[in-house]
Design a protein. Structure first.
Length: 292
């Protein structure tokens, strides 16, 4: 009985420590979600400025002359490096594989997404680590842009982004975004944007040069937003996983404590019975001695 109580006590202590760890991870996940959602929201102001710049250049210089040609296809897949986020990578990879439905050069952000792709027999050309903070997103995006430029020089004309997008407090959903090529309809739509002032801005740089610089900023914004949304979605699933783990541990602790209390009560009862039996034996001995 004593050994059983000691075992139960150790199990209760271990479960309590595990609950503390899960609670800490839950708080960290919630804080991370807030940071990445704020980063994506703050980016929208810069994205609006870039779109206004493109609109101004198009209004002054007209639609750019676009040369479309058939070429190779590539994709950027934003996954995770860490686990404890459900089927975050598996669902994303299944979605990307179905959407690509053919040969494509693939860059992955996240070692677990890379493993999930390779498990499906999909070759991964390169894998980057997932940025560990909001401040690190910019460096990762620049790496991706360098890779895309390298692809373009090697004949890649189509680049798609795949990532998980948060949906409120629910589970995220995988989405696809066509990054390149930029269609004529995209520039035409920007050219029709209402201008906020009375006159268009003047610029000294040649129109094509300025347009190219703004397009690069647009690509940067698209990649940054996809990365931030992916990170928010990842930590959202991790938060759900930690909440479920916390409930399971709490229920397990309640069962352990109930068994412990029951075993403890049985031990106390047994000890009392032993004391009572000993007392009765003592009384019987004294009575026997008195009779003799």
């Amino acid at each position: 009985m004593a050994q059983t109580l000691e075992t139960l006590q150790r199990a209760i202590e271990l479960s309590t420590r595990l609950a503390d760890i899960v609670r800490t991870m839950k708080v960290l996940a919630a804080v991370s979600i807030h940071q990445y959602e704020q980063a994506a929201a703050a980016l929208s102001h810069y994205a609006h400025t870039v779109e206004l710049g493109l609109s101004g250049v198009i209004r002054r210089g007209g639609l750019p002359r676009l040369r479309y040609r058939e070429g190779k296809r590539a994709a950027v897949v934003f996954g995770s490096d860490q686990g404890l986020c459900g089927r975050f990578n598996e669902n994303l990879v299944a979605f990307a594989e179905a959407a690509l439905a053919g040969e494509a050069r693939i860059l992955v952000v996240g070692a677990r997404a890379e493993s999930a792709l390779e498990a499906r027999g999909v070759a991964v050309e390169e894998c980057f680590f997932v940025p560990g903070s909001v401040a690190a997103i910019t460096a990762t995006v620049r790496q991706i842009l360098e890779k895309i430029e390298s692809w373009r020089q090697e004949g890649v004309t189509t680049v798609d982004l795949f990532h998980q997008r948060p949906h409120g407090r629910g589970r995220p959903a995988p989405v696809q975004l066509r990054l390149l090529p930029l269609e004529e309809s995209f520039f035409r739509h920007l050219g029709r944007h209402p201008w906020p002032g009375r006159s268009l801005p003047a610029f000294s740089a040649p129109g094509p040069v300025l347009l190219g610089a703004l397009v690069r900023q647009y690509l940067f914004v698209s990649l940054y937003r996809a990365c931030a949304e992916s990170l928010a979605a990842e930590h959202g699933l991790r938060l759900l996983a930690m909440q479920q783990a916390e409930r399971n541990i709490r229920q397990h602790l309640e069962r352990l404590q109930s068994v412990y209390q029951q075993q403890r009560q049985e031990q106390i009862t047994a000890e009392l019975l032993e004391v009572a039996a000993g007392f009765e034996a003592l009384l019987q001995t004294e009575k026997t001695n008195a009779d003799t």
